[in-house]
Design a protein around this ligand. Structure first.
Ligand code: ZN
Length: 807
């Protein structure tokens, strides 16, 4: 690739050499920027030294630590008076003060760890601004986060440094261009942090959003890399745009695109815009800032792990790390230039954003169990979305999420109200609206995510603001019932809180039973799956103390009774109360499995369930590990050999429990008796061309459906209803009674895009179920309930599979 440096880059490079007494890039990094990759510790060191060199114009804020202990930092770059008065600038901005004069421009690099020119470009951009462009800082405050995903980035950089040849071998067949599974794109738990801005399941996202919410910048850029043969992408973005995106947010993208194009034209660099990258799904680094009033943008450079420090392209050109940095530095500086030029308008439009449009629904009313409400309120707090309690006994007319029509509803005091009449109102609309308007069906991601379905809450969308009270947070529950001569403790099975409680007791070797049939005691009804702890099963320990401690600060409902004699159903000594055994669990992982699905299961075990398990590498299973030692194996979505499948089937036949996800079900077609499947589509294509307009009519790209449930099956314990997030259009119909969760006859989606050609085929599609193979079971989740770990209502299903599905 022919590269002509821009004037300012040439100036910068000549100055680097002169500057070495006081601030030496080479001393800090061991190389010039672009000559090699820098580990995250070197990047943070670089920024700290740079701050010491330019103390009047910069400030570092350390905002958190990753799962693997790496520091997360941002640098603020501004004029002397801005850096001195950062708190005041922040307050003026948050208060929409008339005094506000400078726009806030936030750059995020390396959210995908192996898109590795990011942090390098961040260092160079900061250096140029402080040394060569300091006069710009009179009119702008720049916030640079050099690496959103340090664990992933170091995973890549460490790999590269181990195998890189001294000559910077550009041949893609050489190992340094062939990053091993799982790659550095994802964070510690193998989550894609650029799908997590809205769901905040990962610690990096939570820390970042806390800082982001303090500032809410006017402009946010997320720097990425794509395939090595692609040309640079910058805005304007492609349709579909979410309907709340304002004319100004569209217009500014045009201005940015025009400015970038001038620089790229003058250097003969190739680029494209207006294609592929849309603005709909709210969990990206461009859409999330957009829905908070910023101009949110994605920039994509050719690169990723394939590129190394230099690589030969299909057209015979060589792409170097230096080229990649130049392009990202250019678009960064050009962005600041445009922001300065249009600063007045940026500030005005941002101020008006939260009142920018009338929304159809002004209040969302949520109704449901306390623990579900608690989880939702904690989530809203992270977003700084205000929630209130409803005033009691208001007679309202509202659209019901469950019955899909306008109904009369009388509010209850325990109901929670979230309104669009707040700073975060636009985000409220995006996250809660029953259906997302879709102007164009070609999108990069899922098209439905409405929170009431994700949390399994009853909900109503109301066209008016309704009267509210201060929110009441439920206090932790005490153990109810008798205090002395306790015979049994009973705990309802209804949520992940019950599952964590069970897991804590199991880890202390407490004997626990679960109810295979419903029963009634002291006038209280208990459903299937209720947990029974008999004092007689646990002699010699202070079981009351252990239970109290295990319940902790949760909202788990636990009651104590003097007798095992029940009014309806079987007494506690009956065989319908089965002992739960602590299972030995293995999670299969390695080359042929989806890294994100492995990560979702891993994260679920450690953070949702707080349980221990073994990670089993697929090559070890063939050579070292005897799976007969395991009670449960988790099989993520992936490809593997027939020999491996036969080994698993043999293990299941002998009494093993295999829990599998997504397309992995196809390996067990015979064992499970899959009678029908429509599979004429290849569903993974990241880029769209005109032909795909037709293809899309054969696709489901994340749509919500209500399920039919077989309540007699343990997989459904604790459920009253369930809405699934379909992640693709594949339909499996199984022999016999395998499906526990399936779509209705003539199923219609409740939200999201469903292609016209596959819509009618969704009737009775299996979603989750159980198949038996001699002594063992295969439990399958065709729609992954752990997808990005944000579909809260799906998690109990996986806990049910672990503890209760036994015969
Ligand atoms: Zn990326």
């Amino acid at each position: 690739m022919r590269v002509l440096f821009l004037l300012f880059i040439s100036l910068f490079i000549s100055k680097t050499a002169l500057c070495q007494e006081s601030f030496s890039v080479r001393e800090i990094l061991g190389h010039d920027i672009g000559a090699d990759f820098s580990r995250h510790a070197q990047v943070t060191e670089f920024f700290k030294k740079l701050q010491q060199e330019y103390p009047n114009n910069s400030k570092i804020e350390s905002y958190g630590v990753t799962h693997e202990g790496r520091e997360l930092i941002t640098m603020f770059l501004g004029s002397e008076s801005v850096i001195e008065n950062l708190d005041k600038i922040k307050a003026d901005h948050k208060n929409h003060s008339e005094k506000e004069e400078i726009p806030l421009v936030w750059f995020s690099y390396n959210v995908h760890g192996n898109e590795s020119s990011g942090s390098e470009a961040a260092m160079e951009t900061a250096l140029i601004l402080l040394r060569d462009k300091v006069e710009w800082l009179d009119d702008v405050l720049v916030i640079i986060d050099p690496c959103l995903n340090p664990d992933g980035r170091d995973r890549y950089v460490n790999f590269f440094k181990q195998y890189a040849s001294a000559s910077n071998n550009p041949n893609t067949l050489s190992l340094e261009h062939r990053e091993p599974w799982p790659g550095g794109r994802l964070n510690h738990y193998l989550f894609d942090l650029n799908r997590d801005w809205a769901w905040l399941t990962q610690i990096e996202s939570v820390y970042r959003l806390k800082l982001y919410n303090q500032w809410l910048p006017h402009v946010h850029v997320d720097f990425h890399e794509q395939g090595i043969n692609e040309n640079y992408y910058f805005p304007p973005a492609a349709e579909p745009y979410h309907e709340i995106i304002t004319d100004w947010q569209r217009e500014f993208q045009e201005l940015i695109g025009e400015n970038h194009a001038e620089y790229f034209d003058s250097n003969d660099w190739l680029y494209f815009s207006d294609e592929i990258f849309d603005l709909l799904y709210p969990s990206y680094g461009d859409t999330y800032p957009m829905f908070n009033g910023a101009i949110g943008m994605t920039y994509e450079q050719a690169g990723s792990s394939r590129a190394g420090t230099s690589v030969i392209l299909d057209n015979g050109d060589t792409l170097t790390l230096r080229d990649r940095i130049d392009h990202h530095v250019t678009t960064g500086l050009s962005t600041i230039e445009v922001a300065i030029k249009h600063r007045k308008k940026l500030i005005e439009e941002f101020r008006d954003f939260s009142q920018s449009q009338p929304y159809k629904y002004e209040s969302y009313i949520l109704s449901g169990e306390e623990y579900k409400m608690k989880a939702l309120i904690e989530f809203l707090n992270l977003h700084e979305i205000e929630a209130f309690s409803a005033q009691q006994n208001l007679n309202i007319k509202a659209w019901s999420y469950q019955s899909q029509q306008k109904v009369a509803y009388k509010t209850r005091q325990s109901d929670v109200v979230v309104s669009t009449n707040q700073l975060k109102g636009p985000l409220v609309k995006v996250l809660f609206e029953p259906q997302t308007f879709l102007k164009d069906s070609l999108t990069y991601d899922i098209t439905a995510w409405s929170l009431p379905y994700a949390y399994g809450l009853e909900a109503f969308a109301c066209e008016q603001l309704i009267p509210i009270d201060e929110i009441q947070v439920s206090p932790p529950k005490e153990i109810r019932g008798v205090k002395e001569n306790v015979y049994a403790y009973v705990c309802t099975w209804s949520s992940m809180e019950s599952a964590r409680f069970l897991e804590r007791l199991l880890s202390q070797n407490v004997a626990i039973r679960f109810a295979k049939k419903p029963f009634e005691i002291d006038g209280q009804y208990y459903g299937m799956g209720s947990l029974i702890i008999l004092v007689g099963d646990n002699e010699g320990v202070n079981i009351n103390e252990i239970i109290k401690k295990a319940a902790g600060n949760t909202l788990v409902d636990i009651a104590a009774f003097n007798s095992g004699h029940v009014e309806r159903g079987n007494d506690f000594g009956s065989s319908s109360f089965e002992l739960i055994t602590k299972a030995k669990i293995g999670l299969l992982m390695g080359d042929y499995f989806s890294p994100t699905n492995v990560g979702e299961i891993w994260y679920f075990f450690e953070n949702d369930l707080e349980t221990s398990f073994d990670m089993l590498h697929i090559t070890d299973i063939v050579e070292v590990i005897d799976i007969i030692d395991y009670d449960i194996l988790m099989l993520p979505e992936g490809e593997f050999s027939d020999e491996f499948r036969e080994m698993l089937e043999e293990w299941v036949s002998q009494g093993g429990k295999l829990i599998l996800f997504g397309e992995s079900i196809t390996h067990f077609s015979d064992a499970l008796g899959i009678s029908e499947r429509n599979m004429d589509m290849d569903e993974d294509g990241d880029s769209f061309d005109p032909d795909e307009r037709e293809e899309v009519s054969y696709m489901i790209t994340g749509a919500i459906y209500e399920c039919d449930i077989d309540f007699s099956n343990p997989l459904a314990f604790g459920y009253k209803n369930y809405y699934t997030l379909r992640q693709n259009q594949e339909v499996y119909k199984l022999r016999g009674k395998g499906s526990v969760f399936k779509l209705h006859e003539n199923a219609q989606q409740i939200g999201g895009f469903v292609g016209s050609m596959v819509s009618s085929e969704q009737s009775n599609a299996s979603i989750a179920g159980v198949g038996n193979l001699k002594e063992g079971q295969i439990i399958y989740f065709i729609d992954n309930p752990l997808f990005r770990c944000f579909w809260e209502s799906g998690k109990l299903m996986v806990a049910n599979a672990l503890y209760f599905v036994n015969d």
